[in-house]
Design a protein around this ligand. Sequence first.
Ligand SMILES: Cc1cc2nc3c(=O)[nH]c(=O)nc-3n(C[C@H](O)[C@H](O)[C@H](O)COP(=O)(O)OP(=O)(O)OC[C@H]3O[C@@H](n4cnc5c(N)ncnc54)[C@H](O)[C@@H]3O)c2cc1C
Length: 555
Amino acid sequence: MSLPNPRIRRPDVIIIGTGAAGAVMAKELSTQGLRVVAMEMGPFLKTRHFDQDELTAMHPASSSLHEHADIYRHDQPNTYRQSASEQAIEDHGIHMQSTVGGSTLHYTGISWRLHENDFKERSLFGDLDGADVQDWPIDYWDLEHYYEKAEYEVGISGLAGANPFDPPRRRPYPMPPVPRTSSGALADMAAQKLGWHSYPAPLAINSREYGGRPPVMNCGFCESYVCTIGARSSMLVTMIPRALRTGNCEVRADSCVREIVVDEDGRAEGVIYLDKDLREHRLEARAVIVCCNGVHTPRLLLMSKSNLFPDGLANSSGKVGRHLMFNYYQSARGFFEKDLNEYKGVMDSRIIQDVYDPDPDKYGFFGGGVLEPRGDGETISFANLNMPRLRRWGARRKKWIMDNYTRYMVALTSMQSMSQESNTIDLDPDVRDKWGLPVPRVTYNVHPNEHKLGDFFRDRARELLDTAGAHGIVASPNFVPHGDAHLMGTCRMGNDPATSVVNKFNQAHDVDNLFIVDGSSFVTSGKSNPTLTIQALAFRCADYIITQMSRLNIR
Ligand SMILES: Cc1cc2nc3c(=O)[nH]c(=O)nc-3n(C[C@H](O)[C@H](O)[C@H](O)COP(=O)(O)OP(=O)(O)OC[C@H]3O[C@@H](n4cnc5c(N)ncnc54)[C@H](O)[C@@H]3O)c2cc1C
C-alpha cells in the first residue's frame, strides 16, 4: 500500500509502534505541530483486508488458507520458561497484533479506569512476601483529566454512576452503553440476588454514531477480530487517520526498529530500522518514543546496547524487562435451558467489581479482581471444549454441540498479577524472528497469592452462574499463564532511578529525550484491561513533551 504522506526526512519525533499508545502519541504530537514519523513493523492495512473467519483468525495453523494470512499475526513468536534455570521453549503465549493500529485492531474494547487505590497499594495494603508491590509515583487525580480526554477522543460508551465502586469522574461517558446481551441480563438478575452490583461495561465501541463512525451492529465478531464497520475504536480508524490529516505525520509501515542509537552524550539520536527487504535505514530525530507494548519495548531497549549502555538502553537500574505482569484470570462456564445466543452482540455487556480491592486481612489474599459475564462465541473453539466425560468426537459430541452452543455463558474472572522481579522479558539466545532479531524470552511464574485469588474468584464465578440458573457448571483449573494480551510492568515508573526505568512523565531516567509509553511503565497491574490507562498516560506524556520542547529542555 502506498503511503498517504510524503516521507519526512528529519522528524522532530520518532514514535516506535502504532498501537494504543503510539497512535495517541502520533495524533497528539502532530496536532500540536511537531513533525512525526511513526514506525510500525507490521503492514498498513485497511479494514476491508480483514474478515470474520474463525479458522484464519483463531487457528493460525490454518491461516495459510487465507489470502492475507500474514496479517493474523496476533501471536508473535516468543519463547517461554517458568524459571531462569530452565531452557525456554518456543511458544505463542504473547497476544499482540502487528499491523498499524497494533493490538487495538482486535481487542475487546473494555475500557475502565484504574481505581484510586490501584496507585497506592503498597501504602494501603502493605508488603507481600516474594513480591515487590510499590506505589505509583502518580495518583488517580494526576490522570483523571487524561482519562476523560481518552474517553472522549477514543469514544467510550458506558453509564457513569452505575458502578458504585468506580473512581470519581468529572464528566459522564460520551455515549450511552451498548445493548445488553443475554449474559448481561442474567448477570444483572443474579447479582441483584447476591447483593452484588452488575453494571454496563464501558467499551470502546460506539452505541450511536460517534466520531464519524457507525454504532455497533451486534455481529458478535469483537474479541480477536477487526471490526469491519469501524464501530470499535481501533487506532486504525481513529487516531491514525487524525494524525495523518494534520500533514505532520508519516506512518512508516513494514519497518522494524532494531536499535535506538545514542550520541556521544548518551542522548537518543534516532533509530536503525529494517524495511520489508531487510535493508537497514537510519532515521534521526529530537526525541524517540517507544510504544512497542510491555514485551517488545524491553526487547528493543535490550537490543539497543552501546558503549555507554552495555546492558541495554535506559537500563542503569537493571530493571528493563523485570516485573513482567499479566492479569491472572480464571473462568467458569454454565449451560442453560433456554437459548442465550451469546454469539451475537458485544463480548461483555456487564462487569461486576464488588471485590475489587478487598482488605487482605479479612480475605486472606492480597489484591482483587472483577467478574466479566460473557459469551465466547467461537464455534470451533466451542466444539473443541474440554468437557468432563465427553469425548471430542463422535455422535455424542455432535449432539452436545447442537444442544449447547446457543445455551451457554462464561463467567470470566480477571485479577491482579503480583509484581515479581523474577518475571522477566529478555532476549532469547537461540530463536530469531523473520527480521533476524532475537525473540522475547518470557520467564514467568505466578505468585502463590495469585492461586488464592484464583480460587476465590472461581468460586464467585460458579456462584454467579448457579444463581443465574445454570447447570453443568465447569470451572477452569489453576494454571500458570505462558503469556497474555495484557502486558505490563517491564519498564516500571518511579521516582528513584535506581529502582525504576522511567519517571512519572514516562521519560527515561537515563536518557532525557527517550520516552517509554505503554503498559511497560505500569507499577502494579490493576485488576484487568489496561488500555484506557495506557492511553491516558500517552495523552499526559504528549502534553509533557510539548511543554519540554517549547521550553527547549528537549532540543
Ligand atoms: C484478544 C485481545 C483482547 C484484548 N482486550 C482488551 C480489552 O478489552 N481491554 C483492554 O484494556 N485491553 C485489551 N487488550 C489489550 C490491548 O490490546 C493492549 O493493552 C493495548 O493494545 C496495548 O497497547 P500498546 O500501544 O502498548 O501495544 P500494541 O497495541 O500491541 O501496539 C504495539 C505496536 O508496536 C509494534 N512494534 C513492536 N515492536 C516494534 C519494533 N521493534 N519496530 C516497529 N514496531 C514495533 C507492534 O507491531 C504493534 O503494532 C486485548 C488484547 C488482545 C490481544
